[in-house]
Design a protein around this ligand. Structure first.
Ligand SMILES: Cc1cc2nc3c(=O)[nH]c(=O)nc-3n(C[C@H](O)[C@H](O)[C@H](O)COP(=O)(O)O)c2cc1C
Length: 393
């Protein structure tokens, strides 16, 4: 067994011993082979390098890189001086929140920032210079927009999975006098809605502390989607068409191809929507799809009524959609918030605000009738550049 003093006498580049995890190693020959250069090792020549070593090396590093004979033997721990490698506050992996609360890979990163030793985290997370390539790695994926197809029998249908129940529901709403039936086709399963899931796991975790419930149900969205069938496809529309003789609208169209299928099947309305961004992330914005339809099958604009929603918040948004050929627009969240804050009065106020903005916008555009809104009132240069124009690869 070595003493700390014995090790301390081997403290230069031509004779370098270090202590790692209570063992003494002769690393003199290894200095020139260390991928990080000799300097970080020489800093600990003759000393205990355990703490710094463990921050940035895996446990097998020594076994894999040093010949066995370079391990000289154990050192008497009571004789060695501790080397303080960091003035940073100690962080503790035990501070990490319960694993069930982690719902995305970025959560692991955020937790690591708070719980890892700063030196280890800095080593793991650092990237070159201005982080240009590092950030492009992620951003480049976000420049690609999906073209989701709908009604493909992915084992989910946005009417009750029990067809008998769905039929009686359709008949019931027919009897109540509703003039249009909207079939939503972009939600064969619930999207991964993280705020919804996060609050659910937090509540589940809290109730586990008191002994109630285990695991997470994945939020309201997942719970509500449990009764939806995922096997609906275009064939099913014949059955729905037979049951419903009034206006039939398909909601959730996101490509010109599906718009064409819907128009050919005789749908009265084609509702372009990505469910307010609640389903497939990086699905196309509704305006892209409307533009795509204008480009590839403009006849659809006259064969069916086109509706769009998603992110519409201003009268000017409405005017732009109408200029591009939409018959009507939808708003989800603004009306839900208006309703939850002020009830019916809130909804009326929201409509008034929009109406005022639409009328003001029309006057400033020099237009007095909705029918006079047309595409030449718009400069779509940028929209055209980002809208799908056919595959060239
Ligand atoms: C809380 C919430 C629940 C929704 N539920 C449904 C639904 O059951 N069926 C459906 O077709 N769309 C549903 N949507 C999507 C809306 O119909 C609409 O497409 C979307 O909210 C439009 O985007 P916007 O909120 O940005 O206006 C829901 C949206 C929200 C915010």
């Amino acid at each position: 067994m070595f003493t700390g003093a014995q090790v301390a006498s081997h403290n230069c580049a031509s004779d370098c011993w270090i202590i790692i995890s209570s063992n003494v190693y002769n690393v003199t020959d290894f200095l020139s082979q260390h991928p990080g250069g000799a300097a970080p090792i020489l800093k600990y020549a003759g000393k205990d390098a355990s703490v710094e070593f463990e921050l940035v090396h895996s446990p097998n590093t020594i076994r894999d890189n040093l010949p066995a004979e370079k391990c000289l033997g154990p050192v008497d721990q009571s004789t060695i001086e501790r080397v303080n490698v960091s003035t940073q506050p100690e962080r503790n992996v035990n501070d990490a929140p319960a694993l069930q609360t982690v719902i995305s890979l970025d959560d692991f990163d955020n937790i690591a920032q708070k719980t890892m030793h700063p030196k280890s985290y800095a080593y793991y997370s650092s990237a070159a210079c201005d982080l240009i390539t590092y950030s492009w790695n992620r951003k480049s994926f976000n420049t690609i927009v999906f073209r989701p197809r709908v009604f493909r029998n992915v084992e989910s249908l946005y009417v009750s999975s029990d067809r008998q129940k769905a039929t009686s529901l359709i008949r019931h709403i027919h009897k109540l006098g509703y003039q249009a039936l909207v079939i939503t086709v972009d939600a064969p399963v619930s999207g991964k809605r993280e705020a919804d899931e996060r609050i659910q796991v937090q509540m589940d975790t809290r109730s586990e502390i008191s002994g109630a419930g285990k695991g997470s149900s994945g939020g309201i969205g997942k719970a509500l989607s449990a009764w939806i069938s995922s096997s609906l496809n275009w064939e099913d529309l014949h059955w729905i068409r037979k049951e419903w003789d009034r206006k039939l609208v398909v909601k959730g169209i996101q490509t010109f191809e599906d718009a064409k299928i819907a128009a050919d099947l005789g749908f009265d309305g084609i509702y372009i929507s990505n469910h307010g961004g609640r389903q497939l992330d990086t699905a196309p914005p509704a305006l892209h799809v409307l533009y795509e339809i204008r480009r590839f099958c403009p006849d659809i604009l006259t064969r069916a009524e086109i509706y769009i929603d998603g992110g519409i918040r201003r009268g000017t948004d409405v005017l732009k959609a109408l200029c591009l050929g939409a018959k009507a627009v939808g708003l989800g969240c603004p009306f839900m918030y208006a309703l939850s804050g002020y009830g019916t009065d809130g909804v009326i106020k929201a409509v008034e605000i929009l109406r005022d903005e639409i009328e003001t916008g029309m006057r400033l555009l020099g237009v007095s009738k909705l029918e006079d809104l047309h595409v030449d009132l718009l400069n779509c240069y940028k929209l055209e550049k980002v809208t799908w124009a056919g595959s060239k690869i």
